[in-house]
Design a protein around this ligand. Structure first.
Ligand code: HEM
Length: 332
């Protein structure tokens, strides 16, 4: 037996001894256990049982799977945001972790935000699958069997927002000034969250069933998360860096890119799909429970901005404008 192997066995012996375990028994287990397979590790069989259309229209499965793909990317984004919040856990080669870092640095923050940017850029690029990849006639039919469900009810999407910025920035822009510098509680702010506007019936001004169900299931969870992230959302982590680190240009660029990806580029591609399927001769197709999505979805109306202080007044005033004009309405 070569020496490196003997050294490894000694290390293993130490590892198990520390827990009062006997290495011999574990080695017996290793001799008996099967080799790992791809399908077990990735859980392919389970994954492929999760697509269950409500109708017989073949394109419905594209709609389901693309939402699932999106939710997985959202989960990856939350995985990064969670590490930013908790100062990144490092796993050492012996399988132990070194506990939490005391503080993250500009390099760590830049790298993790860049990962989230990559996930969102991948989603924005692939959104063509929704925009052009389904027959409109099929979509309009099977969509009616899905009411009142809507992507609006994606909890992970809202969690990404809560983890990325101070909660005040998610308050509806028209009433936000009433809460600024007032030390309002998360509960108060949540009453005025921007997304309420997207789920209000045009005719009655009442909350839609889509929103009521969403609030019942996730309202308290969002409030708890927002309270937890008050001091550890991305912006707060940025502010915890030294002045010098805050001026690190790649970090500022990554923050700006995150703002653009989450609050302009993805929403605009998504809006483009709503225009393609739901807008006919300037009249809405009532496939979404009667919400005023045309006045709600475009980023230039919502003006959701995670990091307002890193943008100029002009940039904020033009939020989302250029893109929508050239890409959605083909104005040049
Ligand atoms: C053909 C494809 C799609 C169409 C036509 C569409 C349409 C809409 C509409 C009209 C709304 C406004 C709320 C409502 O009336 O229900 C909405 C909201 C939303 N959808 Fe989609 N959607 C599509 C695909 C997706 C996908 C793939 C996702 C990924 C999870 C998604 C996530 C969302 C989210 C997060 C909102 C809330 C946006 C906000 O509050 O600003 N949608 N969608």
């Amino acid at each position: 037996m070569d020496n490196t192997l003997i050294d490894k066995v000694k290390l293993l012996e130490d590892k198990y001894a520390q827990m009062g375990q006997d290495l011999h028994s574990y080695l017996d287990g290793l001799l008996l256990s099967n080799y790992l397979t791809y399908w077990d590790y990735i859980q392919v069989d389970t994954l492929l049982t999760l697509q269950n259309p409500k109708t017989d229209y073949p394109d419905e499965v594209i709609f389901i799977m693309y939402h699932q793909i999106t939710e997985l990317y959202f989960k990856l984004s939350l995985h990064e945001l969670n590490q930013i919040a908790n100062n990144g856990k490092e796993i050492l080669p012996n399988g132990k972790d070194n506990g939490w870092k005391e503080k993250i640095d500009a390099k760590f923050l830049t790298e993790r935000i860049t990962r989230v940017n990559r996930y969102f850029e991948s989603l924005t690029k692939s959104f063509e699958i929704m925009v052009d990849g389904m027959e409109k006639e099929q979509f309009l039919r099977y969509r009616m069997a899905l009411l009142p469900a809507s992507g609006f009810q994606s909890a992970q999407y809202r969690m990404i927002e809560i983890c990325s910025t101070d909660f005040i920035n998610l308050v509806d822009k028209d009433v936000r000034v009433n809460f600024e510098n007032k030390n309002a509680s998360i509960e108060e702010l949540f009453e005025n969250i921007y997304w309420n506007k997207g789920a209000t019936e045009i005719a009655t001004g009442k909350k839609t069933l889509t929103l009521k169900q969403f609030e019942n299931k996730y309202g308290q969870k969002f409030i708890d998360l927002a309270n937890e992230y008050k001091t550890k959302n991305v912006w707060q982590k940025y502010l915890s860096l030294t002045k010098e680190e805050q001026e690190h240009q790649p970090l500022i660029n990554a923050l700006k890119q995150l703002d653009v990806n989450v609050n302009i580029n993805w929403p605009l591609m998504h809006y483009k799909s709503a225009v393609r399927y739901l807008q006919q001769n300037t009249q809405d197709i009532a496939a979404t429970g009667g919400t005023n999505w045309q006045k709600y979805l475009p980023p230039r109306f919502q003006k959701r901005i995670f990091y307002p202080t890193i943008w100029t007044e002009e940039e904020k005033a033009d939020w989302g404008k250029g893109w929508v004009e050239t890409n959605v309405f083909k104005v040049h």
